[in-house]
Design a binder for this molecule. Structure first.
Ligand SMILES: [Zn+2]
Length: 383
């Protein structure tokens, strides 16, 4: 490829651009032969050959043997080495920290869990450091931390977490100084949504909302193929939109939030009014007990009214529902949520919007927390 009178900076940009193009092709469509890569990138065979030799020397690309030959000499296939570099995903829960090393293809390579007794932030940060230390191996691009609550991703802080009883806790700084790699803090549901978008049910969707139903109610919003974080990472607090201004107090300090009516908190209130536990409510509903089924139906309907607002506001292609309560009892409330959504949102959007179950389990939080560094690694530089 001959480019005349090119400045040095442009040359570097062009080289980085071609490099990104090639590794992205190997990531999404690999393994591929040099001839196929040359055709797909538009690079001359000699330039492609130089570039692939450099990537092989670097260890990011490897030769994977020969393709079946149709005629003549079989071409050698090139593939990405997914273990060339990894990222670490961390999830802070109410009583333990999970950490996983995630490879360049978004797969968990090792995972640990470190419990803590008290959600005092010093103890949790110490548990996080221990968990990260145990999976820290090879070249690490960065550490992504998923935490429930209102997060400032820019400042690397958890501004407010009712589950942990935290206000303004610095998370990025201590881990960055301990491990010497970039650290990114993300709301846990946003991290989960990112994983669903790249590796789960959201593949091929450009606009969807991922809703998690469990102890709390959360949402992650994908617009135009990108996670919508808002101004600094706080977008998606679906659980704290208003459902009933005269409703019970919410752990966020407000009154009548949707979360109070469409999470385990609601089911626990219903169960205790009937004189038993949430686990028993679920077991009774499974046996066909009318009162228990009614509690799940009400949860579904309340959720449906919330989903209606999301659909009318954002016109998504799909609503993806996940979270612990969905894994356990989704069939007991999702059909009711879907019915309300279709009855009450604008007809065009409601008929077309798909309601889907999330594909990823608990690992989704860890993969999504690490994903921000995988995305940076594969980003195509622009001038
Ligand atoms: Zn609230």
């Amino acid at each position: 490829m001959e480019i005349k009178e090119v400045r040095k900076g442009d040359n570097v940009l062009l080289r980085d651009h071609n490099r990104a193009l090639l590794i992205n092709l190997l990531r999404s469509r690999g393994p591929l032969s040099r001839a196929e890569l040359s055709r797909l990138t538009g690079l001359a065979p000699s330039a492609l050959s130089r570039l692939s030799a450099a990537l092989i020397a670097e260890g990011l690309v490897r030769e994977l043997g020969k393709a079946p030959a149709t005629s003549g000499r079989p071409p050698i296939l090139l593939g990405l080495n997914p273990d060339h570099a990894s990222s670490i995903g961390v999830k802070i829960e109410a009583a333990r920290v999970l950490a996983a090393r995630v490879d360049l293809l978004g797969r968990v390579r090792s995972e640990v869990s470190v419990p803590f007794r008290d959600p005092d932030h010093r103890e949790v940060i110490a548990a996080s450091e221990e968990a990260v230390q145990r999976v820290f191996q090879g070249k690490i691009l960065g550490i992504g931390i998923a935490v429930s609550g209102f997060v400032d991703s820019v400042a690397g802080k958890c501004l407010f977490s009712p589950i942990l009883d935290w206000r303004g806790v610095e998370l990025a700084r201590p881990l960055k100084s301990r491990f010497g790699v970039p650290v990114h803090v993300e709301n846990d549901v946003n991290a989960f949504t990112l994983a669903e978008a790249r590796y789960g049910v959201g593949r091929g969707l450009s606009d969807f909302v991922c809703v998690t139903v469990g102890e709390g109610l959360g949402a992650g919003i994908v617009i135009g193929g990108k996670l919508h974080r808002g101004a600094f990472g706080g977008a998606g607090e679906f659980g704290h939109t208003l459902f009933d201004p005269r409703g019970p107090g919410c752990r966020c300090g407000e009154r009548g939030c949707l979360e109070v009516f469409a999470s385990d908190q609601f089911l626990r209130r219903e169960a205790s009014a009937l004189g038993f536990s949430l686990a028993e409510l679920s077991a009774r509903a499974r046996r066909g007990d009318a009162e228990a089924l009614k509690a799940f139906r009400k949860l579904g309907e309340n959720l449906g009214y919330g989903l209606k607002d999301l659909v009318n506001l954002l016109n998504p292609q799909a609503i993806v529902i996940g979270g612990e309560r969905t894994t356990a009892d989704g069939d007991l409330f999702i059909p009711h949520a879907e019915r309300i959504l279709r009855e009450h949102s604008f007809a065009g959007a409601a008929e077309r919007v798909r309601v889907m179950r999330a594909e990823l389990g608990e690992e989704g939080f860890l993969i999504g927390a690490a994903e921000v560094f995988v995305e940076r690694f594969f980003a195509v530089p622009v001038g």
